[in-house]
Design a binder for this molecule. Structure first.
Ligand code: ZN
Length: 385
């Protein structure tokens, strides 16, 4: 208990004693008061600001006597105390104490309100932040899920092959200088799917290459291929392996039929050729001389042959989803040339094509048609990557 509080308690005690002795509050003068109290057995002094009270005889039990005898009076005379109280000072102190108490209560109440408001806003903020974080996290997950997978960089082996290719004096080939160009090629057309394929290519701004077959009745489709900016090239007239690969003359007859037909229908002299079944096939394994003779003939016409190094797999029986997955092997190629088919028997290719193109766009590839500046793919040689 602080000294001031102790003092105030004593003042209150004295004030109560004064009320008791004087009868009522109205009679209390505001000037100095003298209190004579036989029963208190206390000595008190009141100065301007302090009161000191000292109990001298707590063992005395004579306070109940209302009319003490002179002897007793005499005995307690030394204990009778003259108390001087500055009532105005007591009242002021009391008011000050009350005011301070009220002020303190108000302050505590205010602080409680402030704390409550603060807690409300903190919990409200936490809740809002939690919702915002949750939304942000969800968006981040979505973005991560939709983020295109970046194709890996060419590994050491491919990089070495690139160096080798450049050393063989093909540095002008654009697709070696910029590996992120993909070449789409469609074999076996034209077909009832040709218009749909051309429309999809247009929609994605893609130029491609069509290695065509002999399909009388589809003359307009040959012309559409050329007029819409794609490369038209020779594949085979009839696609009969047994015919074209059993003798040079049979191959030549098949080749000339489609070669001349393209020139006649479109006015374009083809510059590119694709072996049915590819340039590395079982027939050439048995008869390597036939392959060399054919290549010599192609050279005489200024024709380069192109195999492929990525397949959609539509040469077999695949779903659109499988084609999309297969086509993603483009990532393993230095200059991808993708084989797909323009054939009425391959509707899945039309279905898969927009997704495949979008994958390449997301991977940062651009597209081109085969031109004289395109490095060929020759399977089984240095040119198959
Ligand atoms: Zn074919």
């Amino acid at each position: 208990m602080g000294y001031f509080t102790a003092v105030m308690k004593k003042i209150s005690y004295l004030f109560a004693a004064a009320l008791m002795l004087c009868g009522c509050a109205q009679t209390i003068p505001t000037e100095d008061v003298k209190i004579y109290d036989k029963s208190m057995s206390a000595t008190a002094f009141v100065s301007d600001t302090t009161v000191e009270v000292e109990n001298e005889s707590s063992s005395q039990e004579s306070s109940s006597q209302e009319d003490p005898s002179p002897a007793e009076n005499e005995n307690t005379a030394q204990e009778t105390t003259e108390i001087v109280i500055d009532m105005s000072w007591i009242i002021e102190q009391s008011k000050a104490e009350e005011s301070k108490k009220r002020s303190s209560e108000s302050w505590e109440s205010l602080m409680k309100s402030v704390e409550a408001v603060k807690q409300y806003y903190e919990s409200s903020y936490k809740e809002s932040k939690s919702i915002a974080d949750s939304i942000a996290e969800s968006k981040s997950r979505e973005a991560e899920a939709n983020k295109p997978t970046d194709p890996p960089q060419p590994d050491g082996d491919i990089a070495a092959k690139l160096a080798e290719a450049i050393a063989v004096d093909k540095t002008y080939w654009v697709n070696y200088r910029d590996p992120k160009v993909v070449y789409f090629t469609f074999d076996d057309g034209p077909s009832s799917n040709t218009p749909a394929i051309l429309d999809i290519l247009d929609r994605y701004g893609v130029k491609a290459t069509f290695f065509v077959t002999y399909q009388p009745g589809y003359e307009q489709y040959y012309r559409d291929i050329v007029n819409r900016g794609h490369t038209i090239a020779v594949h085979t007239a009839y696609h009969h392996y047994e015919e074209i690969y059993t003798s040079y003359d049979k191959w030549l007859a098949d080749f000339n039929l489609i070669y001349n037909y393209i020139k006649e229908v479109t006015g374009v002299t083809p510059k590119f050729y694709r072996f049915p079944g590819g340039s590395k096939n079982g027939y050439f394994t048995k008869d390597p001389a036939l392959k060399l003779r054919i290549i010599n003939y192609l050279d005489s016409l200024g024709i380069e042959y192109f195999d492929w190094n990525v397949v959609t797999g539509d040469g077999g029986n695949v779903t659109a989803n499988e084609e999309i997955t297969n086509a993603s092997t483009v990532k393993k190629r230095l200059h991808p040339i993708v084989l797909a088919h323009d054939s009425s028997a391959k509707p899945a290719t039309v279905e898969a094509l927009p997704y495949i193109l979008q994958y390449y766009i997301d991977w940062g590839y651009s597209f081109d048609r085969i031109t004289e500046r395109t490095a060929p793919i020759h399977q089984g040689s240095a040119w198959d990557y």
